[in-house]
Design a protein around this ligand. Structure first.
Ligand SMILES: CC(C)(COP(=O)(O)OP(=O)(O)OC[C@H]1O[C@@H](n2cnc3c(N)ncnc32)[C@H](O)[C@@H]1OP(=O)(O)O)[C@@H](O)C(=O)NCCC(=O)NCCS
Length: 142
């Protein structure tokens, strides 16, 4: 992801989340030392992105989305596989993430990759929605 991608990234973000990240969030990810944001391109345009943070042995997925009209084509899986590969390369042994309880597609994707539910954070999102905490031991997948 570069600054030039942000217009397309922000459109996808706004169509994917009730409380979308702002431009400054993505700019921070582009510039921060331990952040590794990637975009997926399809047909010459930006179709999705993932924001990974990897610091020592722990990696975290901070944000991931695929454009609504590009979902179901394997791009989400591709982005997560890229994030897992980069986290492994940077020395991470575990990857964690938080997902809305209602995010069935995302939860299915993470489970298909080998993530396990490790906890619940109550009333974490707006409208009192719980967050499901999920983790994967990266060494097991590589
Ligand atoms: C979650 C998201 C990134 C998945 O992207 P995608 O490109 O559609 O996913 P893929 O096509 O790579 O699907 C990979 C796997 O995810 C699961 N999956 C994807 N969409 C699904 C759906 N609508 N229902 C159930 N499972 C689904 C399946 O296990 C699928 O594997 P399969 O194709 O072998 O069945 C996308 O739905 C999205 O952007 N959602 C809105 C934002 C969001 O919720 N982000 C996660 C925040 S934690």
């Amino acid at each position: 992801m570069t600054e030039f991608d942000l217009e397309a990234v922000l459109l996808i973000e706004q169509s994917s989340f009730p409380v979308p990240w702002k431009r400054e969030h993505f700019l921070h990810e582009i510039q921060a030392q331990h952040s590794f944001p990637f975009v997926a391109e399809y047909d010459g345009g930006i179709a999705g992105y993932v924001c990974l943070m990897s610091l020592f042995e722990e990696a975290q997925i901070l944000d991931i989305a695929v454009a609504p009209d590009q979902r179901g084509r394997g791009l989400g899986r591709l982005l997560m596989e890229k994030a897992l590969a980069v986290a492994h390369e940077k020395g991470a042994e575990i990857m964690a993430l938080e997902v809305r309880e209602s995010g069935a597609a995302a939860i299915e994707l993470y489970q298909a990759l080998g993530f396990e539910r490790v906890g619940i954070r109550s009333n974490y999102y707006e409208a009192s929605e719980n967050a499901v905490l999920m983790e994967i031991y990266i060494k097991e997948t590589s």
